[in-house]
Design a binder for this molecule. Sequence first.
Ligand code: DGJ
Length: 744
Amino acid sequence: MISFNEKTNTFRLDTPDSTYAICISRGWIGHSYYGKKVGDDDLTYLTRCNDFFGAYTPVFREKHTFLDFFPQELPTEGLGDFRESALAISNSENRNGVELKYVSHKIFDGANPIEGLPAVFADKSECKTLEITTFDAVLGVEVVLVYTVFEKINAIVRHTRIINKKGTAPVFIKKALSACIDMDNQNFDVLTLHGSWARERHIERHPVHLGKQGVVSMRGETSHQEHCFMAILDKNADENNGNVYGFNFIYSGNFVADAQLNQFNNLRVVMGINSENFCWKLNPGETFNTPQAVLTFSDKGLNKMSQTFHDLYREHLIRSEYKKQMRPILINNWEATYFDFNTEKLIDIARKAKENGIEMLVMDDGWFGKRDNDRSGLGDWTPNEKKLGCSIGELGKEIRDLGLRFGIWFEPETISEDSDLFRAHPGWAVQVPGREPSLCRYELLLDMSRADVQEYLISIISKVLSESGATYLKWDFNRNLCDKYTASLRAERQGEFAHRFVLGTYRVLENLLTRFPELLIEGCSSGGARFDYGMLYYTPQIWTSDDTDPIERLSIQYGTSFFYPTNTMGAHVSASPNHQTGRATPIYTRAAVAMSGTFGYELDPNKLSEEEKESVREEIQLFDRLNPLIREGDYFRLTGAKEDCVVWEVVSKDGAQALITAVYTQVHPNQMVHYVRPQGLLPEQEYEISLIDNGQTEKLSGQEKALFLTEKTMTGKALQARGIYVPNAAGDYSAWQILLTARY
Ligand code: DGJ
């Protein structure tokens, strides 16, 4: 719901539980409120734009003083607002300063796509969009502030459109962030996500302090290290209580998310493309779009914030037909064989996998060019028939004849120095002339800003997909973008390169999906270094981490769950002891953790014991049965990720079924009982409590057997108030899955 009050010059953007208010003050676009839903009150006083400066100066503030304080929707650089700005433009004579004044606005049903960028979409009845047009008369530049507001989801999606409208010369955009929120600091905390390879998205929470705090990436991708997400929350907010503001970004390149607390205890949060090394030349008549930032407000803690992100993504960002479909349960040969495989080995894995109920074989790195290790071959996407022992078409057919789908790994944006592609097109590799290129994993990047590179990738990948009959593509990206130089742009445009790299990747993805609408793409970047809303638009699932150890995955999937739903998180059962940590864990625990993701296997099924094979068959049947619940339900974190017993829950939208998963990282017998209080149940409803048989139920105590194995029922009210406990008799790294089913 969006409305405009002509008397107060105020826009109200209402979601089911939040209000966002924008006011026009002397032509400036001010931000007056974002938070819990309020009535029709006039909130313009919150901007304090009519305050007198002090007892001795009863006049309207001078521009500098006014801007130093005024809460702005899109603060600009150079005029007197010295907080972090969201827009900086200079003219062709390098004069700085942008002064945006209101021109007009329009409100319409639905949301418009953004050319070349991933963006939310919705039916006209599901959202409304507000566009506020502003203009800088000196630059001749128009800036449109675009807000899409969802009717049923507590999300507001923002971005800007910058047009060199009336200029006669180019202007240079030096900074173009997508969103800014100014608010008074109510003793807030800030929560961000940090990590490393194989240790992605661990949470960090601390009180907001004076000055700046935030997360950035200059790696050309979202990165393992910092994530384009920020939550600002009440000091006492927890999973189910308190006010939480969540910010996320629909983009896959360099980003910044900053919170800045200033002299007046005002907190400014900004999010957008990182402006370091960024400079975009905008010729007269040209338009530049910033990517969308997603804003959400929850007055019921972090779980509700996460559920909003999950709903928005599932309903309004997955653009493929996999939006509502079950994803195939796959087996990937990477941890089973690494580079050492041929058709015979793959078929052996595929045959055994099929017997156990697996639906797809994914052939990982090593099938093309000269590629027996990571030192060569990238870019030569011609199947190595000598290594495979047959053509890719024959291999694909053999897999399909077994009754499985076939998937193939690519790393499209990279090139090895030792490759035919590099020998033929050395200029396609990203490097700075005269400087030694920075290799990483022995690879260079392809210059994705070049149309010829994009065309090469579209045509070579299409050829392999057509010949092999593959319906799944694992899109890997194993290094960061540095040596930022492209021969295809003149000196004054080099600052466009990092963004053009991302746009080039999006263009290739867009083209492939148009040609192969049934293609399911899984994103990947040395595990989860490019897990973001931008990629998810094209790749509905992303490999969450190269760390497949279920205990490490507790923290990784926990952090990821703050804003990404389970059906986006690539998660596999791998061999034990685990290849990354050396830790031995039971197969049922590995499965319980992987089931809170897309679920698949990454091991050699021929090496499993008979007991483990039986376990795999049961796990697959269980996942098939629970797939709709896990894929579409509301996700609740019931504990933190560093507890002795880590617990989470998925509840169906109608509250009729809930799956609770609990994993022991450490058992302390005779010391404490781990009570679990499920959420999201129907209070008056009777629920049958059952424990999924993980082969350990004979270890339960008599009391536990009475609770879990006798079809006992309890009301939602009692379960939520007092909870049930998690059995601990099976030891460290044991896992339990408890199913609550409404008895109508
Ligand atoms: C990194 C990925 O994260 C792995 O799953 C695997 O595909 C390797 N690359 C292959 O080189």
